[in-house]
Design a binder for this molecule. Sequence first.
Ligand SMILES: NC(=O)c1ccc[n+]([C@@H]2O[C@H](COP(=O)([O-])OP(=O)(O)OC[C@H]3O[C@@H](n4cnc5c(N)ncnc54)[C@H](O)[C@@H]3O)[C@@H](O)[C@H]2O)c1
Length: 348
Amino acid sequence: MSVRYGIIGCGAIAQRRHMPEAAANPESTVAALADPVADRVKTLAQQYGAEAYTDYKKMLKQAQLDAVVVCGPNALHAQMSIDALKAGLHVLCEKPMATARQDARRMITAAKKANRHLMIGLNQRLMPPHVRAREILDSGRLGKVISFRTTFKHGGPDGWSVDGAKSWFFKKNAAFMGATGDLGVHKADLMRWLLNEEFVEVGGRITTLDKRDSRGKLIPLDDNAVLSLRTSGGILGSIEVSWTNYGGEENFTVVYCTGGVLSIGTDPTYGVIVDYANGERELHQVGEMASNVKQVASGVIDSFTESIRRKRKPAIDGAEGYRCLDVILTAMEAAAEGSVKKIRQPKL
Ligand SMILES: NC(=O)c1ccc[n+]([C@@H]2O[C@H](COP(=O)([O-])OP(=O)(O)OC[C@H]3O[C@@H](n4cnc5c(N)ncnc54)[C@H](O)[C@@H]3O)[C@@H](O)[C@H]2O)c1
């Protein structure tokens, strides 16, 4: 059985990742698209031989689908996902899964009730250098992790979104979070997964320094953040994110361990480098990391399609999405209060 996908929101991530990846997988098809921008959805539907809708609710009612990919603005993710789950469809929702904890919980409950899969598009952990890094940490040859620093910075979503500087990314009610939600949520997820521990404490500075909207006004969302975090096992680390790295993109992570240092994404040839405490060095040439200027296959659609076909739990489920969203929301609260806050680990 081929998985028939409907895609809600036909912007940059749908066009550059989900549509081509669903079309390329022999086990899936792009069956229907929904976006309020009529020309956009019509052109793309012709390209993929899919049905076009300007109202996603109509698509959920009329199109013959197995699953949807939710790629609209952040603040609409929860309702779009819940509507699709209630319609009996599996849902792959882009990150951040929601803009409030309660909404994320509602999504998880809706998936359970409907007995459908809910996966979140936190694709960093599927990237080959990150997969190799996790294997190295799991092997134990670097000993115990002491600390880490991880960075994700680029020039901002105005250089990425199909609507440029007029995009929803710069509107508070549609995005809710700026660079911290956009990039920090990726890193919160990646580090939880790499270290195999939950974050229990976070503090930080979250601020707007330079990014301007299409009218030249400073955006009403953060464009830079520096967070400090502590895991359940006592690992200390920092996450730095920015939308004002006008010189390109940085996506790297360094993990400091009792047996040496693990560097990911710091070298253009070797995606992973291990520098052992005894002076020995291991160089790993692994597949590339996707960046805004160069998308490489993310594996997200392939992984979700496989979980639907094999009736297996998705690789990154709603609970995983909740945990990293919680880190970011708690960081925002801590930054607003100028404090360090505990992150509770509710049962999900
Ligand atoms: N996983 C990743 O690496 C990654 C990368 C980029 C974006 N994203 C996420 O994907 C989502 C979309 O981002 P993007 O970069 O594609 O943005 P974009 O601005 O390029 O596109 C958003 C699209 O959503 C459409 N839209 C707006 N309201 C809608 C509605 N009610 N129904 C259907 N469509 C609607 C817009 O018309 C636009 O075509 C965001 O949540 C973003 O955080 C994830």
